[in-house]
Design a protein around this ligand. Sequence first.
Ligand SMILES: Cc1cc2nc3c(=O)[nH]c(=O)nc-3n(C[C@H](O)[C@H](O)[C@H](O)COP(=O)(O)OP(=O)(O)OC[C@H]3O[C@@H](n4cnc5c(N)ncnc54)[C@H](O)[C@@H]3O)c2cc1C
Length: 278
Amino acid sequence: MDFLESDEHRDLRAAVGAIAARFGGDYYVEHARAGTPCDELWSTLGDAGFIGVNVAEEYGGGGGGLVELAIVCELLLRGPQTPGELRSRASRMAPFTDVSTAMAQGLFGKALREYVGSRVTRQALLHFECEQLPDPDNRITIDPKYVDAIGNPRPVIHYDASPYMRRSFAAAREASEQIFAANGIADYTEYKTTDADFVTWQGKGYTFWGAGHIVGTHRMGNDPKTSVVKPTQQCWDHPNLYLVGCGNMPTLGTSNPTLTMVALTFIAAENILKQLGE
Ligand SMILES: Cc1cc2nc3c(=O)[nH]c(=O)nc-3n(C[C@H](O)[C@H](O)[C@H](O)COP(=O)(O)OP(=O)(O)OC[C@H]3O[C@@H](n4cnc5c(N)ncnc54)[C@H](O)[C@@H]3O)c2cc1C
């Protein structure tokens, strides 16, 4: 997909937009409410050659590709749209910027929901979840220099992307380049050296984000010297204290932790009941 649209794409957009505008949103709503098919619209689109726009001409289609199909679908869903709008949206980091833009406009409540809903539902995200290996240097410590308003230590996070992870970033980029090339997508991805988690690998820059899977700190283990809770989730130092949550996990590869955390919590509950019965 080339976000810099050609003249043909603009013409297609205008032609499909004109049909979409002629029928209008009320047409869909009326038919949806009545449970009747949109025959007139389909006939009009068929007559104009827009049904099967992506099918090869030898099979009676329009000879276009996914871009043409996307333009037809998009216009029928939302009506005319300028190519400039499509370009500028593609070159920003959605959906975060959609929310920022809405907030900057002072949108709130229903208006905010509608604004975000009208944009985010038309976007696709391509991202990669990369595995990390257990790395003892990736850890949380405390430091008397960093305390909160009531004097409690704040977590000091030490985290770096290992060569193993950086290799997977490079592999992910290679895969996305292939996907983009196969679909004619112009790549607007930007990695800035000023990004919080900017790293390099073999001369190329990458930015990575956490998946929100925060684990560790009160980690479990078999050795009180290197862990806070036992495998039963019982605190080594305080037998009457059980800690539950993802903090018990010593490390995390890639995947979502919550189900594992729930399973660990069941173990804790079973052990609390056992302890109460003793
Ligand atoms: C954006 C995002 C998407 C995610 N998506 C998924 C997903 O799809 N699947 C999945 O499995 N996991 C997902 N996760 C991870 C999952 O949400 C967490 O792993 C899980 O919620 C961790 O549970 P927890 O009980 O360990 O910690 P939390 O859910 O963070 O619970 C800790 C609680 O302790 C409270 N607390 C903190 N300090 C104090 C204090 N001093 N006194 C009293 N209370 C305190 C906090 O307010 C919080 O309620 C996602 C996380 C994020 C951020």
